[in-house]
Design a binder for this molecule. Structure first.
Ligand SMILES: [Zn+2]
Length: 399
């Protein structure tokens, strides 16, 4: 649903084109970004319940666990009637966690107004005696539907890949150099990057917004961007303008000198020449091609990265989020594993998300202790040339 003010809502409709009220009650608790994720998850669940003739008053926890096994592909056989497209892939742990969250929230919220199997509601809210140790991140309350496997650790983006992207003729425009530099140094989410407006960029020291002395940007979640980009913010939505008209609040991120210089290069070389075609305030636009001046979408950023990887001869697929992980992991190590500082700078709601992703301490520390353990071994030493650490070998030898 696009509202008259441009804001988007993700609601579920019945086959008779009426708003599905029970799901609306729970979906309206969330902002657009989470609402979109949860609405798609919930509609899948409602389709399953419909196809299998399950109603809230008779549904059991075991039914829901079979449903979860169905969506994660863990089901050993076929249960009930197939409701999903056979080409749909099973969900990963992180997406299944979202499904578990909204399905639980749906039945708990439903129990306030409609007849729901009371055993089901108490099993969902009892704190997870069914699968111990699985805690939902936000509420701190166990969800018996949550997948047992934790989400996968992020893939490591090696320095060599970044270096390859910055070889001549790999990034073909100043804009693309800016994008990769901002993803790499700032670790911005791609939605946040595409949603940046000029008024969000406070790239001077002591900007009159008064919220950070160093050059910075404000990442504001807005629902009315022409490219559909949305920044994810955990703060309550508000108009984000100070009384003197400066953007304030949101997630305030420091910017590196290279982020500033690549922005100015883009502005001069590519933005200004087509500025007369621009009818919006977003920073990233298409310079050439069929729609000069149009706001760049997150899909276009992903496509640009894919093409750059091809040109660089890289066989890996680099996603915008890989840069965020790299930037956050690097900052985490540089801050001596200060999860709170990383969460605040990168805009995670709590430090637990940082330790979930990157561990309580990082590999650098683990390796130091592992080396000590290996050195203390009673095993006789191997061939002397093998005893050299890699960094003691010359580059030639490593090759
Ligand atoms: Zn500011």
């Amino acid at each position: 649903m696009r509202h008259t003010d441009g804001a988007l809502s993700y609601w579920i409709f019945t086959p008779g084109a009426e708003v599905h009220r029970p799901s609306l009650n729970v979906l309206k608790r969330y902002g657009t970004s989470s609402q979109q994720t949860y609405a798609y998850s919930l509609v899948d669940h409602l389709n399953w319940a419909h196809a299998n003739g399950k109603t809230p008053d008779s549904l059991t926890l075991e039914d829901l666990q079979r449903y979860m096994n169905g969506v994660t592909g863990e089901a050993g056989g076929v249960y009930g009637i197939a409701w999903r497209d056979p080409d749909q892939k099973p969900l990963g742990a992180s997406a299944a966690g979202n499904v578990a969250t909204i399905v639980k929230a749906y039945y708990v919220s439903l129990s306030a107004s409609e007849k729901v199997n009371s055993d089901l509601v108490s099993a969902l809210t009892s704190g997870g005696a069914v699968r111990r140790g699985v805690r939902s991140r936000s509420a701190g309350e166990a969800n018996p539907l949550a997948p047992t496997k934790s989400s996968r650790r992020p893939r490591f983006l090696p320095d060599e890949v970044v270096e390859a992207l910055f070889q001549p003729d790999v990034l073909t425009t100043a804009r693309d150099v800016m994008i990769v530099t901002w993803l790499h140094d700032g670790g911005l989410r791609v939605g946040g990057l595409c949603g940046l407006r000029f008024c969000d960029l406070h790239l001077v020291r002591h900007h009159p917004c008064g919220q950070r002395a160093d050059p910075h940007i404000h990442i504001i979640g807005r629902d009315d961007n022409p490219n559909g980009a949305r920044a994810k913010t955990y703060a309550a939505p508000r108009d984000n303008l100070s009384s003197d008209g400066y953007v304030v609040d949101g997630i305030i991120r420091a910017v590196s000198p290279d982020m500033i210089s690549t922005f100015h290069a883009y502005l001069l070389d590519e933005y200004h020449p087509v500025q007369h075609l621009v009818d919006h305030e977003l920073v990233l636009i298409h310079g050439q091609g069929p729609t000069p001046g149009a706001a760049m979408t997150t899909a276009a950023v992903r496509k640009m990265l894919r093409r750059a990887c091809d040109r660089a001869g890289l066989s890996v697929r680099v996603t915008p989020h890989a840069f965020r992980h790299k930037a956050a992991a690097a900052f985490y190590a540089a801050s001596d594993f200060n999860a709170e500082m990383v969460a605040q700078e990168f805009g995670w709601a709590n430090p637990e998300m940082v330790t979930d992703l990157y561990g309580k301490s990082a590999n650098r520390h683990a390796l130091k202790y592992l080396r000590e353990a290996w050195e203390a071994t009673a095993r006789p030493p191997s061939e002397p040339y093998l005893a050299l650490c890699e960094d003691e070998l010359t580059e030639e030898e490593v090759r």
